[in-house]
Ligand binder design. Structure first.
Ligand code: ZN
Length: 74
């Protein structure tokens, strides 16, 4: 197994862990239940509408169920 595969596997495992953790709490893994992206707030996005901060994957609800529905649409 090459380095790239090892890295990809590690990233996949860490992603799975994050999803499991959020599923237990019932929160959206993409925004950890916040409903928006706090890290996305910067001087450029300040000019965008409020929609720019809203988590697209749970429609801002912060719920795991809504995130899961979004995943199934992909
Ligand atoms: Zn979300």
């Amino acid at each position: 197994m090459g380095l790239f595969n090892a890295l990809a596997e590690w990233r996949e495992a860490s992603r799975e862990k994050k999803i499991v953790r959020n599923r237990e709490r019932g929160t959206c893994p993409a925004c950890t239940g916040q409903g928006y992206y706090p890290l996305a707030v910067n001087e450029y996005m300040a000019f965008e509408s409020a929609d720019a901060y809203t988590c697209q994957q749970c429609s801002g609800s912060g719920l795991y169920a809504d995130w899961e529905r979004y995943q199934n649409q992909l």
